[in-house]
Each structure stands twice: as C-alpha cells, then as structure tokens.
Design a protein around this ligand. Structure first.
Ligand code: 5GP
Length: 141
C-alpha cells in the first residue's frame, strides 16, 4: 500500500479548499470532473476514507464507492451521448497512479473517437462547466 498524505489534492477538494466541478456527493463519496479529461465527461469518483489505493480501503467503503460508480456511469454516458464507458483505477506509480487517494475514473467513449492522452492538457473552463451542467441535469432528472 502507498503512503497516504492527508493533505493530498483530493482531500483539499473534499474540504472545499480547492474548487472542482462537483457532480455528486454523499456521506462516503464525491464525484467531480477530471480537470484534464481524456474524453468529454471524464469523471473521478473518490472515497472519503483516507485510503491511498485499492489496498487501503475497507471492504464496506469499497462497496459504497463501487455502487456510486455503477450508479453514475450510465447517467454520464447518456449526458454526453457516449456509446460506452471505460472504468479505470490505478494502484501505484508503476501502474500510472498520480494522486494517492483512492479514485475510479469514469471515461465515456464514443464509437470511433480515440481517447486523448493521460494528463495532456487542462480543459477549457467554459467547456468543463458546460459538461458539468449536462451531467448534473441527467443525475438530478
Ligand atoms: P490517477 O492517474 O492518479 O489515476 O489520476 C489522477 C487524476 O486526477 C488525473 O486524471 C488528473 O487529471 C486528475 N487531477 C489532478 N489534479 C486535479 C485537480 O486539481 N482537479 C481535478 N478536477 N482533477 C485533477
């Protein structure tokens, strides 16, 4: 298991110290737009447990996190008009993990449209806001 930094960037979002395009929150999880989306509607679903990765969370916490991923994925897919959804979760730098606070990626995919590279560029703030609005509308419908 990786070391856990209680001041990591996702904790700052949980505390409201750093802004994010929040889409969903409950007692155990927070979902928001990835700032460097690989496709439109790339969402991160994070646990509120202090867990750096898959090995550090309680089975109950993981079940709650997975249930939110399951609930949000089809809504995000519909909101951006995608054809499928890629769920990703990295453990350890060697696997591509860059933020050591457990999270799942929900990445909507459209037929024939390639995914952008990881961490390539910050999205346009207006585009992110518009996508967040579309997703919130479907979630709240
Ligand atoms: P990992 O590679 O650890 O699975 O993914 C971390 C994700 O966090 C990356 O996709 C990256 O774009 C995203 N990310 C990093 N910093 C920020 C930030 O300040 N705000 C948001 N919304 N996403 C971030």
């Amino acid at each position: 298991m990786a070391a856990y930094d209680p001041d990591n960037i996702f904790v700052k979002m949980l505390k409201g110290e750093i802004p994010c395009h929040k889409l969903y929150e409950d007692d155990d999880t927070l979902a928001f737009l990835d700032i460097m989306p690989r496709t439109e509607g790339h969402v991160l679903v994070i646990t509120k447990e202090p867990a750096p990765d898959l090995y550090g969370i309680s089975p109950e916490g993981l079940a709650k996190l997975a249930a939110v991923v399951q609930k949000l994925a089809p809504k995000i897919k519909d909101a951006v008009g995608a054809d499928g959804v890629l769920i990703q979760q990295f453990n350890g730098a060697a696997a591509g993990q860059t933020v050591f606070h457990l999270h799942f990626h929900i990445i909507p995919r459209k037929d024939g449209v390639p995914m952008g590279p990881e961490g390539a560029k910050m999205a346009d703030p207006d585009a992110l806001a518009a996508t967040a609005e579309k997703i919130r509308n479907v979630i709240s419908a």
